[in-house]
Design a protein around this ligand. Structure first.
Ligand code: NAD
Length: 497
C-alpha cells in the first residue's frame, strides 16, 4: 500500500485508517478526550486516538489491582511463561506492523526501527524464559531462634504489585517493552502510559496482548498527556511502583507525585554522555563511531555521546572525518530504506534544537558542519558539529536531544584529568573511550562515572546487559536480571520447627 510515496504493509495502512481507543480491563474503551498522532517527517495526520486523565487512570489502576489479586496471582508460573512466549511469537509475526508504526509515528529510519522491533521480541522471550528461574534462597536462621530450636529461614521473591509504566516518544515500542516484559514476568500487572506523541505501537501491542490471551486487567494502556494521564498515574495511591523513562525535569515531578504513598520509583532520565578519543585511537573505527554516537536516532537518544573530548594529536583528523561523515548522511523519511537520519519529533522540539545551535554560535563555539534546518516539510536538522567548545557553554552542559555534537580539544595525557573532563556533568548515563591501548581503556573506564561505558563503540545496549544512570540520569537499572529484580520484592520467612 502506498503511504506518502513509500510502500507500507496493508495491515499498517488498515491500522492507520482506524480510530483507536484505550485498553482498560481487557476492553477497548473511549476516554474523555481525543488526540491525533502525526508523521513528524511530513506533519501529516496519522490516526486519532482516545485520551484520558485521572478518571481513566483510576479505572485502569482498579482493573490492574483486581487482576493482580485475582487471576494473575493464581496463574501457575508455567502458564505465565507460555503466555509471554505466545506474545513474543505474535509480535514476531507482526514485526512489520510494529516497525512501520514506530517509523511513521516517531520518524526513525527503518534500519533502526527494524532493529528495535527484533530486540523487543528478544526481550519478551528473554523475560519469559526468566520466569521459571525466579527464586529465593535459604539462609541460616537468626541466632536467638536457632539457639532455642531448629529453624528454617528462606526468602520469597514476590511481585511489587501494580506497576505504572510511563514511556517516552524517542524509541516508543522499545521503551514500553523493556518495562512491560520484566513487569509481567515478575507477576506484576501494569498500566502503560505511552507518550502522547507516539501512541501507535503500544496500541498495536495491546491488541497482541489480548490475542495472546492475557487475563483482563493484566495490561492496561491509557493514552493522554503527561500533565493529565501521566501525573494521575504517578500520584495514584493504588500504584505500587512507577517506572519512568523521560526527561530529568519530568523525573523530578514523578518523584514528588509518588511521595503520597511512597511508591517505588525507577527513573531512566536524560544524559550528556562523554566520548573520549585518545591519541592512539583507531580513526577508521572512531570516525563513524563518534559520528553515530551523536547522530544515531537523529540525536533523540538518551545515550547519545554529545560531549566529544578529542586529544589534540588527533583532533583535526577526527573532525575532518566526522564532518565528512555528517555531510554524507542521508536525511529523509524513515520508510525510505536509504534514510540514515529522520526528522525531529515536533515543531516545538526542532525549535528548541535550533535555539541550542544558535546559542552555541553566540557563545563562541566554531561551527564545523551542518547548523541548519532543511527548507522542506518535516523538521529535518542537519547533523551539526561544533568545536572549540568549553565547559561553561550550554552546548557542553545541556541535553539537546538533537543531532548536535560539541567537541572540546584536550592536551593532557593524565587519565585523572581526562576523566575529570568526562565527569564534568550532573548526568551519568553512558560514555565511550576510543583507544588501541587496553590499559588506558580500562583505567579510563574505571574513572568515568556512568552506568554504561563502552570501549571502541558507543551505546552498547543489549537485552541481558544492565542499563541505567549514575547521578541525575536516573535511579535503578533496566534490562537483564536487574530489570526483573526491579519488579520483585524480597520477603524473608523464618519458621520455628
Ligand atoms: P518527557 O519527560 O517529556 O515525557 C516522558 C513521558 O512522561 C511521556 O509519556 C509524557 O507524557 C510523560 N509526562 C510528561 N509530564 C509528566 C508529568 N508531569 N507526570 C507524569 N508523566 C509525565 O520526555 P520525552 O520528551 O518524552 O523523552 C525525552 C527524554 O527522555 C530525554 O530527556 C531523554 O534523555 C529521556 N530518555 C531517557 C532514556 C533512558 O533510558 N535513560 C531513554 C529514552 C529517553
Amino acid at each position: 500500500v502506498a503511504f506518502d510515496g513509500h510502500a507500507i504493509a496493508p495491515e499498517t495502512a488498515a491500522f492507520l485508517a482506524e480510530r483507536h481507543q484505550m485498553l482498560i480491563n481487557g476492553e477497548w474503551v473511549d476516554g474523555s478526550g481525543e488526540m491525533v498522532s502525526t508523521d513528524p517527517a511530513t506533519g501529516l495526520p496519522l490516526a486519532s486516538f482516545a485520551t484520558g486523565g485521572a478518571a481513566e487512570i483510576h479505572r485502569a489502576v482498579a482493573a490492574a489491582s483486581a487482576a493482580f489479586q485475582g487471576p494473575w496471582r493464581r496463574m501457575p508460573v508455567a502458564e505465565r511463561t507460555s503466555l509471554m512466549f505466545r506474545l513474543a511469537r505474535i509480535m514476531e509475526a507482526n514485526s512489520r506492523l510494529l516497525t512501520e508504526l514506530d517509523i511513521v509515528d516517531n520518524g526513525m529510519p527503518s534500519f533502526i526501527a527494524g532493529l528495535t522491533t527484533a530486540n523487543c521480541v528478544e526481550m519478551v522471550d528473554y523475560y519469559a524464559g526468566a520466569i521459571m528461574r525466579i527464586a529465593g534462597e535459604t539462609i541460616a536462621p537468626p541466632r536467638h531462634i536457632a539457639a532455642e530450636t531448629e529453624a528454617l529461614t528462606y526468602t520469597l521473591r514476590e511481585p511489587v504489585g501494580v506497576a505504572g509504566l510511563i514511556v517516552p516518544w524517542n524509541v516508543p515500542l522499545s521503551t514500553a517493552i523493556l518495562k512491560l516484559a520484566p513487569a509481567l514476568a515478575a507477576g506484576c500487572t501494569v498500566v502503560v502510559k505511552p507518550s502522547e506523541m507516539t501512541p501507535l505501537s503500544a496500541l498495536a501491542l495491546g491488541r497482541m496482548v489480548l490475542e495472546a490471551g492475557f487475563p483482563a486487567g493484566v495490561v492496561n494502556i491509557v493514552n493522554g498527556t503527561g500533565p493529565e494521564a501521566g501525573a494521575a498515574l504517578a500520584a495514584h495511591p493504588g500504584v505500587d511502583k512507577i517506572s519512568f523513562t523521560g526527561s530529568t525535569a519530568t523525573g523530578r515531578k514523578i518523584v514528588e507525585a509518588g511521595l503520597g504513598n511512597l511508591k517505588k520509583v525507577a527513573l531512566e532520565l536524560g544524559g550528556k554522555s562523554p566520548v573520549v578519543i585518545m591519541p592512539e585511537a583507531d580513526l577508521a573505527l572512531a570516525v563513524p563511531g563518534v559520528a553515530l554516537a551523536t547522530f544515531f536516532l537523529q540525536g533523540q537518544n538518551c545515550m547519545a555521546g554529545t560531549r566529544i573530548f578529542a586529544h589534540a594529536a588527533i583532533h583535526d583528523a577526527l573532525l575532518e572525518g566526522v564532518a565528512a561523515f555528517a555531510g554524507m548522511m542521508k536525511l529523509g523519511h524513515g520508510l525510505d530504506p536509504a534514510t540514515q537520519q529522520g526528522p525531529m519529533i515536533s515543531d516545538a522540539h526542532a525549535a528548541k534544537v535550533m535555539r541550542a545551535i544558535e546559542g552555541a554560535q553566540e557563545a563562541g563555539a566554531t561551527l564545523v558542519a551542518g547548523g541548519s534546518k532543511l527548507g522542506r516539510p518535516g523538521n529535518f536538522i542537519q547533523p551539526t558539529i561544533f568545536t572549540n567548545c568549553t565547559r561553561d557553554m550550554a552546548v557542553m552542559r545541556e541535553e539537546i536531544f538533537g543531532p548536535v555534537m560539541a567537541v572540546q580539544r584536550f592536551e593532557t595525557d593524565d587519565l585523572d584529568a581526562i576523566a575529570a573532563l568526562a565527569n564534568d556533568t550532573p548526568y551519568g548515563l553512558s560514555g565511550s573511550v576510543w583507544t588501541r591501548d587496553l590499559s588506558t581503556a580500562h583505567r579510563l573506564v574505571s574513572r568515568i562515572r556512568a552506568g554504561q561505558v563502552s570501549i571502541n563503540c558507543h551505546g552498547a545496549v543489549g537485552t541481558n546487559i544492565p542499563f541505567g544512570g549514575y547521578g541525575q540520569s536516573g535511579w535503578g537499572r533496566e534490562f537483564g536480571q536487574a530489570g526483573l529484580d526491579a519488579y520483585l520484592e524480597t520477603k524473608a520467612v523464618t519458621a520455628r520447627l
